[in-house]
Design a protein. Structure first.
Length: 135
């Protein structure tokens, strides 16, 4: 089974995932904008198991629907690398697409929180667009 490794900017923190992503998407919510310092987050979902190397700092955030998400980032360089959900969501990991440093990574298929998308951000044709998080 294919594996991929994503890492922070300084290389101290990394995550290895296996198989194809379950999905790749963009999130335009204000929390993701603040978290990434960008106009949106590009994320890829993978199922467990996954392997983390290095030390991460964690931040727990509650989503609009009440679910809790634990974000992990490098305490050295500050790169956000991945997050997991609490409870029933704990068997999946969402990894920042840019952390794979792979221009050939599969493109996003979904865009959530379109109500917060900056008007200058153009989405690829055929992408599923959701005003909020459909889950």
């Amino acid at each position: 089974m294919e594996s991929r490794t994503a890492s922070c900017a300084c290389g101290q923190l990394s995550i290895e995932v296996r198989g194809a992503p379950l999905g790749v998407g963009l999130c335009h919510c204000l929390d993701c904008q603040r978290r990434t310092g960008s106009a949106f987050a590009a994320l890829a979902a993978f199922t467990a198991p996954f392997r983390v190397s290095g030390i991460a700092t964690e931040y727990l955030r509650r989503g609009d629907g009440g679910a809790q998400f634990r974000f992990r980032f490098c305490p050295v360089c500050g790169s956000t690398l991945y997050h997991t959900g609490e409870g029933s969501e704990a068997d999946m990991v969402m990894v920042a697409v840019g952390a794979f440093a792979d221009p050939g990574f599969p493109p996003p298929r979904d865009s959530v929180y379109d109500c917060r998308r900056h008007p200058w951000v153009r989405l690829p044709d055929g992408m599923a667009v959701h005003d909020r998080d459909p889950d």
